[in-house]
Design a protein around this ligand. Sequence first.
Ligand SMILES: CC(C)(COP(=O)(O)OP(=O)(O)OC[C@H]1O[C@@H](n2cnc3c(N)ncnc32)[C@H](O)[C@@H]1OP(=O)(O)O)[C@@H](O)C(=O)NCCC(=O)NCCS
Length: 165
Amino acid sequence: MEGLIAVSVARLQKDDYSDEQRSAALGVIFGVDNQLVRDGTYLLAEVDGALVGCGAWSQRSNPFGCDNVPGKDDSLLNPAKDPVRMRGFFIHPDWSRRGIGSSILRECEARAMAAGYRRAELTSTLTGIALYLAHGYRIDSRYEIPMAGGIPLPVAPMSKSFSGT
Ligand SMILES: CC(C)(COP(=O)(O)OP(=O)(O)OC[C@H]1O[C@@H](n2cnc3c(N)ncnc32)[C@H](O)[C@@H]1OP(=O)(O)O)[C@@H](O)C(=O)NCCC(=O)NCCS
């Protein structure tokens, strides 16, 4: 998964973030959160046994980032009142724009709804916004995540109600 994420960031985000931004984010913001792997909520897409995409639905409060993201909060969400988090969507560049991100997102939403969640939230990269807009998410705000060396990473919190309201 780390290899997939590195190549996805290097090629698919190059028009949205500088080399400096991508290298500061890799391994801190962009990378594996093993809590989601242990929870069994990280979904993988394979073609002929090769990993081509990943994405998770998360029942943890933490909004984004890998194992070592500063301030990580792994407290459990309550489906009756909290939105589920969509996390860690990375597609291999050779397989982008073929509907793999969409199919992982739809499956994550179905599993979250089955677990009782009524809304979803996520923190999108600039690269991811078009995917989530295409699936009915709206942009709630925009801000910059401060990274090491004072390097900013512009992102957009987005959300969606599963009932469409
Ligand atoms: C964002 C990402 C996950 C999208 O995955 P994908 O498998 O290519 O997405 P899909 O093929 O399912 O795209 C579905 C729709 O989303 C929109 N979309 C997705 N990527 C787009 C892009 N680069 N430009 C414009 N629209 C885009 C389109 O409407 C697309 O439908 P279309 O191809 O029929 O026009 C992928 O580009 C990626 O891994 N990016 C790098 C990592 C990253 O920033 N991830 C987001 C983390 S929040």
